[in-house]
Ligand binder design. Sequence first.
Ligand code: PRX
Length: 635
Amino acid sequence: MSTYHIKSLEEYFQVYRKSVRHPEEFWAEIAEENFVWRKKWGRVLSYDFSKPEFKWFEGAKLNITENCIDRHLFSRGDKTAIIFEPNDPKEEAQHITYRDLSARVNSLANVLKAKGIVKGDRVCIYLPMIPDLAIACLACARIGAIHSVVFAGFSSTALATRIKDSSCKMVITSDGAYRGAKTLDLKSIVDAALESCPSVQSVLLVKRTYNEIAMKAGRDYLLSDLLEAVSSECPAEEMDAEDPLFILYTSGSTGMPKGMVHSTAGYMVYTAYTFKNAFQYREEDLYWCTADVGWITGHSYIVYGPLANGATTLMFEGVPSYPDFGRFWEIIEKHQVNQFYTAPTAIRALAKENLDFVNKYDLSSLKVLGSVGEPINEEAWHWYNSNVGKRKRPIIDSWWQTETGGIMICPIPYVTPTLPTYATLPMPGIQPALIDEEGREMRANQVEGRLCIKFPWPSMARTIWGNHQRYKETYFSAYDGMYFTGDGALRDEVGYYRITGRVDDVIIVSGHNLGTAPIEDAINEHPAVAESAIVGFPHDIKGNALYGYVCLKETGETRNQDNLRKEINQIITEHIGPIAKLDKIQFTEALPKTRSGKIMRRILRKIACKETENLGDISTLLNPECVEEIIKGAL
Ligand code: PRX
């Protein structure tokens, strides 16, 4: 029986059973055999769901960069660790070997130290998809600083909120970013954010677009200048297993984003293990995940998981539509990609285009296709299977979350028979449970309920930065002794899981988690707006799009409604970023409310989805008369 490279369904069940019956033994064996430790753990696991507190490999000492870089230098020093494929296909791709990566990470780590960053300090990374992004994460990890990567599509307000929440001491950014035909000016976004972030003492700048930027003396430094003055050797800081490795913000159903804190050892062990198993990665393979490192998928399956396995991981700076819709397929042919991991929203967008864009390229190098971030609808699944996988390559529909750190439910390629729209079976070590309306676990098959995980796993987030109470309330208070995912799921007759979607006020748009509350807060800042409510509705490419119901302060508002719509989307762009813009905005005199004043989103959702036939009982509403008006005005 091999816990890595599981070869048959029978073997999967054997491994799975062992992981459930003897979890400590199971994880200890994986940790022992596959990583380098400065000191071994005392206990494999201790936990208490009521606090909640989870500790894996307690007492162990390590540095994750020794596992992701140093230990490969002897056997894989000249192997490519990162291939960088630039936005512009005319610009040459870069191949960074493990030896180069070591030198670049160590040099940057020395720069961080020279600028006063010490173990435990928070460093915000706001960079486009260039190698420096991965290198910056690793340089922080090298010296024990906690990185907080903020997706470079977020606005200055969103960036400032995240910097302030974890009081980052430094920001690493670039002059600009290329995205398709556009060039974004990242530095001015950082400058605007830093007007309200007193904790930031220095800003390091990577040059990418070479546009003119303002430099603030005593705060801003060109990284290239600082790198000249440091050595390319930097001893790795010795970390405790449970020391935080990074913070990554995710949306919640209320106001502030949640800074999920991930640990060092548990995160490393789980992401490395799942990378090898879920992608069946082999030494000579070339792996490409199209996510941005600004999201958890990029952290776990562009940077840490692949590098801990000594893999070659491709980083792509651009977008699937530039210079044309064949770009993904061109890259697969050019670099002979073996594992390809992308999001349903990208598949749906590409499936709308002429098939010649795919058929032009030789995709025969592909062995495994992955999907992540949202449910993959049947049509997109079939398109991916037929045209990219040529009906020969398994699609692994992987379900997981920022909070889970790594892939939780997912087929093992060439082992688990796939089924469109099903994430299928749990990874070894993962114990899902479906909970009914009364809060009881449903043990039978062919049931649908709320998806929970009833036993700890190594890469679970340990807390929300600065707010353990919110961590407890959000994930561990709905059901005793379980982690509540916020998703609904069904389990079919053979035990396969199908994720049915969020059961809270988070909407997934193009694979991005968006909380409704922060968007409503932004809209309500518009001087003409009294209140608003956001719901999701189905969208061909994005999966879901946002529909806003907006009440104006003056019912006789004379301003042009189209202008108001533009202004509302402008405010959202400023507060959150363009990803949160509304597709539809309906102005209405009132929002349906319960007698206790709660907005009845269920009704608004049905109207937005054009399902007005069966709205349920509305007579108990405070203002049932407004429902008719809203239906009439629906867009
Ligand atoms: O609703 C689920 C959906 O994405 C949510 C997690 O989003 P985030 O934390 O941004 O992480 C995304 C990348 C791991 C989940 O609660 N989701 C993710 N993968 C799938 C999915 N829904 C259905 N099928 C999936 N494969």
